[in-house]
Design a protein around this ligand. Structure first.
Ligand SMILES: *Cc1c(COP(=O)(O)O)cnc(C)c1O
Length: 470
């Protein structure tokens, strides 16, 4: 392809993308497909000779698009969003164009220094204590793994990387509601998932600090070595917020690393009315949140902050001769701040987003999402058909259809049927969880441009399906 054709298809694609967003609600949020349906439509072998962009784009439109779940659809209310925005897409466009590999300062000074700046902006926006450092990672899972590897190194006086894990009976703690990435990290770090201790939660699904203390004491008595506690600010099931200050005091007392997983709800910390979430953060050692979830920056982009930059770098730094440079002690070489050597230029899209929205613009969006979730909650309550299982703290509402006299089992069956039907119809998409053993539907209101009208559509869909199936 020459530049002439690149321009032609480039302009065409920008038009197509704009139209996609204009008409996005004409697509079913999630396709109705059987496993293998798309696979069968695709050639089993690569083409020997080049194909035209017209053919490639035709197949994209005819085969790929109908097989996509439209994560940017305003009716997407499942999981947590991975929301997006035009400035982010434009930034990503340029990142792809520059094709830079941003492992070291020297491999692109501007990428490193822009990352330093935008991560510092984020630190200020969510009020992480002064003096902390940050780095962009691909996902929260990676950041949590980095936290656990760092403390594993630190506690062994940086010997584990060299000598391997010795049997020093390490233990990691989190609540029973913590994200599966904690267990994954503990497995990968060689600590063993049986040494991840899940602490009971109260009726709001928050970790119970006295249970944590009790477990730590008994583990110490049994010869275990408590390594790290992962506190969640906004659990995945219900966005419960663990009591950070109380957990922090325990960590300080026993000299245990405190990692804070605010993957989703961390974005709300840009709002003054959510600053209470920071209480106790001074006890923490590391913190992660995902701008790729609820800050309009397209996947992937995860912000990882650490109190002690040195322990992070000491854990991951490994400089072969061919990568040594004269500037190594004057600059941040972000490949030393995590697992990957090669790194994408993720700071660019984040910079575009923060500048184009402005901090006030971002706040307004997030506030509106929280406000719309309250409207949803109110409408669901007023319908008389649904119960709210957890009053929403942010923009996730946990609810279910209910009728007097039904058993738990019958309620679950009815709600499962309703969920299947709602999602089959394709106007909205929601997911489910269990709260203290009770089946619950989850409705998240975090799509970039979601409106009150979309909320009304969702309520109508849910009411319609509850009548059909119950
Ligand atoms: C989504 C989520 C994660 C995982 O995020 P990734 O970036 O996909 O790894 C971790 N913790 C919580 C609380 C989450 O909600």
């Amino acid at each position: 392809m020459n530049t002439h054709d690149f321009k032609k298809y480039g302009y065409q694609l920008v038009d197509q993308i704009a139209e996609y967003f204009e008409n996005i609600d004409s697509y079913p949020v999630r396709p109705n497909l059987q496993p293998g349906e798309i696979y069968k439509k695709l050639p089993q072998s690569p083409p020997s000779n080049g194909e035209s962009m017209d053919e490639i784009l035709r197949d994209f439109n005819e085969i790929i698009i109908p097989g996509m779940t439209h994560w940017q659809h305003p009716g997407f209310h499942g999981y947590f969003p991975a929301n997006n925005s035009f400035p982010s897409i434009l930034g990503e466009f340029l990142t792809a164009s520059l094709g830079a590999q941003c492992m070291k300062w020297e491999t692109s000074p501007a990428a490193t220094e822009l990352e330093q700046i935008v991560i510092e902006w984020l630190r200020k926006m969510i009020c992480i204590p002064e003096g902390w450092s940050g780095v962009i990672q691909d996902t929260a899972s990676t950041a949590t793994l980095c936290a656990i590897l760092t403390v594993r190194e630190k506690i062994s006086n940086y010997k584990t990387n060299q000598s391997g894990i010795s049997g020093n009976k390490l233990r990691v703690y989190c609540s029973e509601e913590a994200h599966s990435s904690v267990e994954k990290a503990v497995k990968i770090a060689g600590i063993g998932s049986k040494n991840l201790i899940k602490i009971a939660t109260n009726d709001k699904c928050e970790l119970i600090p006295s249970e944590l203390s009790r477990k730590i004491e008994s583990d110490i008595n049994d010869g275990f070595n408590p390594l790290c506690i992962v506190a969640a600010l906004g659990t995945t099931g219900t966005t419960a917020v663990d009591p950070l200050e109380e957990i922090g005091t325990i960590c300080k007392d026993k000299d245990i690393w405190l990692h804070v997983d605010a993957a989703y709800a961390g974005s709300a910390m840009i709002l003054e009315e959510y600053r209470w979430m920071n209480k106790g953060l001074e006890y923490a050692d590391s913190f992660v949140f995902n701008p790729h979830k609820w800050l309009f920056t397209n996947f992937d982009c995860s912000a990882y902050f650490v109190k002690d930059q040195e322990s992070l770098v000491k854990t991951f730094q490994l400089v072969p001769e061919y990568l040594k440079t004269d500037n190594d002690n004057k600059v941040n070489n972000y490949s030393d701040w995590g697992i990957q050597l090669g790194r994408r230029f993720r700071a660019l899209k984040l910079w575009f987003v923060i500048r184009n929205f402005g901090v006030e613009g971002l706040k307004e969006k997030i506030r509106n999402h929280i406000h719309l979730a309250r409207i949803f909650e109110k409408m669901m309550k007023e319908s008389g058909q649904f119960e709210i299982l957890q009053p929403p703290l942010f923009n996730l509402v946990c609810f279910r259809w209910t009728k007097h006299g039904l058993t738990e089992q019958q309620t679950e069956v009815a709600n499962k049927k309703m969920l299947t039907e709602v999602n089959r119809r394709g106007k909205i998409f929601i997911t489910h969880t269990k709260i203290k053993g009770r089946y619950s539907l989850r409705f998240v209101c975090g799509q970039t441009d979601v409106t009150e009208k979309n909320i009304e559509t969702a309520v109508n869909e849910l009411l319609h399906c509850s009548k059909l199936y119950n």
